[in-house]
Ligand binder design. Structure first.
Ligand SMILES: [Zn+2]
Length: 238
């Protein structure tokens, strides 16, 4: 006579589904936390790389090079006024031209780097805004999860206790079979109900002999199609 065990299984299933709902809510929030933490870490690494890139632009050094080059050119130009021979003048002019070219190259590089530096500043600021904002969200989600855990902790423990006591009352063979099936179907539930000769999960129809045997609690059966343990609807009102 399996009807009392079937009735216990109905209650066990309901309790397990309630626990599963809470636990999956917690798992969902935990996934949000770890996803956000991963993104934050990535952004933190990006910020470090940006600072490193900014440092390597060596803007200050370039500025000094430009200034010293400008100073040399100014000096050389004043020398130009003092030269006596044409040959000397020509040599100085050639050198000046060369230095001016070098100065142009230095300035061109400097302004390009300055542009990049400004872009980096914007990127770093965006990154910082994200990191500050996401830290607040992260702490809020963590607080939510903690309060969910705290709120449902005793309810979950209470249900687990009730499940254990119900399992003790179940037919040993049926219970063993149910627990094995539960592992096999995880994370889905391993049971379905037989209502109007049909499996509630896959709608497979069974014959009258099958139905009668199950409903009278003479045997326990799995659905011929989806292999779930079939609990007769009659067990609910047994
Ligand atoms: Zn089925």
């Amino acid at each position: 006579m399996f009807l009392p065990s079937f009735r216990h299984l109905i209650e066990i299933e309901a309790l397990k589904i309630q626990n599963q709902t809470v636990l999956s809510k917690i798992a969902y929030e935990e996934k949000r936390i770890s996803d956000l933490e991963a993104i934050r870490l990535k952004r933190e690494l990006e910020a470090i790389a940006l600072s490193e890139e900014d440092k390597n632009l060596k803007l200050f050094t370039s500025q000094q090079e430009i200034e010293s080059k400008q100073l040399k050119i100014t000096r050389m130009k004043s020398q130009l006024d003092m030269v006596t021979s044409q040959k000397e003048q020509h040599a100085l002019e050639t050198q000046l031209l060369l230095m001016q070219k070098e100065l142009d190259t230095l300035e061109e590089k400097y302004f390009l780097n300055l542009e990049r530096h400004e872009a980096i500043e914007v990127e770093k600021k965006d990154g910082q805004t994200f990191l500050t904002g996401s830290l607040i969200s992260l702490e809020e989600i963590k607080k939510d999860v903690d309060s969910i855990r705290l709120k449902f902790q005793s309810a979950i423990a209470g249900r687990l206790e009730r499940i254990s006591s119900l399992e003790v009352m179940c037919d040993e063979k049926l219970k063993t079979f149910y627990l094995e099936l539960e592992k096999k179907f995880a994370p889905k539930r391993p049971v379905a109900y037989l209502i109007d000769k049909k499996c509630t999960q896959c709608h497979m129809q069974v014959d009258s002999v099958f139905k009668a045997s199950l409903e009278e609690g003479r045997s326990f059966e799995t659905c011929p199609n989806c292999s779930r343990l079939l609990i007769p609807d009659t067990a609910k009102i047994y």
